[in-house]
Design a protein around this ligand. Structure first.
Ligand code: APR
Length: 248
């Protein structure tokens, strides 16, 4: 850990100030979950988000969209939380910590974290596309390699069951966004982990925290759109960097 970052983190953590952690897809990369951008096998380099991650795409071909999300859900089910997820869960037992994630997987929860805000929703929070009723029933069986899968049907109105993620062009869940803003405004330290900082309004949270007096530390092996405005940049990965926080 760079000495300057160790000093600021120790001062902040020993000072009892609240820590806000904002995570993105890079948080789950070391669990084998592909990120959206930045590598040859990233999701948006292989798939067209406009055909898979919009309400229009769903209306056009719900079986294609559901088949893709069913594949992503299986990836997450087959994955395990990494050392970074586990370190954040342990850190929350030692300091006041708010966890805000753009990720729709459940790896933070499976590592033992309480997620204060899933600002882009959750893969497994299924609901009816038409009437919005939550689908708490069993998940349909996953068939490896099946690209198109007919969505399950709503027991209330018979329409198709969609994933509970925020698609491009959709509003963020009010409660999640309010919790995220509250966390950013009340913290003394923001750890921005594994996000390219390209998708707003989530990408605006570190700047909001900074305007409220927080110190911003970015943890990312690559430069991002947020790096220039961070107080400190730690060029490392989630699973390598975050466990080091426990040794401070
Ligand atoms: N540890 C930390 N960061 C990593 C790691 C790692 N092991 N591997 C990659 N990264 C970084 C990359 O350098 C990149 O900056 O994670 C970031 C991933 O960026 P994106 O793929 O753009 O993911 P994210 O920022 O979460 O995307 C935001 O875009 O498509 C939408 O809804 C989707 O929530 C998503 C949003």
């Amino acid at each position: 850990m760079p000495a300057a970052i160790a000093d600021v983190l120790k001062r902040m953590i020993d000072g009892g100030g609240r820590v806000c952690v904002l995570t993105g897809a890079g948080m789950s990369a070391e669990s084998g979950i592909p990120t959206f951008r930045g590598t040859h096998d990233s999701l948006w380099s292989r798939f067209d988000p406009m055909r898979l991650a919009t309400a229009e795409a769903w209306r056009e071909d719900p079986a294609l969209v559901w088949g893709w999300y069913r594949w992503r859900m299986q990836l997450v089910r087959d994955a395990q939380p990494n050392a970074g997820h586990k370190a954040l869960a342990e850190l929350a037992r030692r300091v006041p910590l708010s966890l805000v994630t753009q990720n729709v997987d459940d790896l933070h929860e499976r590592a033992g974290s309480t997620v204060d805000a899933h600002v882009h929703g959750s893969l497994f929070a299924l609901r009816c596309f038409a009437c919005g009723q939550a689908h708490d029933g069993p998940l349909d069986d996953y068939v490896e390699g099946q690209q198109k899968v007919a969505p399950m049907r709503c027991t209330a109105c018979g329409d198709a069951i969609r994933p509970g993620v925020v698609w491009f062009g959709e509003a963020l869940p009010d409660d999640a966004w309010s919790a995220a803003v509250d966390a950013a405004e009340r913290c003394m330290l923001v750890l921005v982990v594994g996000t390219s900082g390209l998708v707003y309004p989530a990408a605006g949270l570190p700047a909001l925290a900074r305007r409220h007096g927080a110190t911003v530390v970015e943890i990312n092996p690559e430069p991002t759109a947020l790096s220039a405005d961070a107080d400190h940049v730690w060029r490392s990965t989630a699973a390598q960097a975050l466990p080091q926080l426990l040794a401070i």
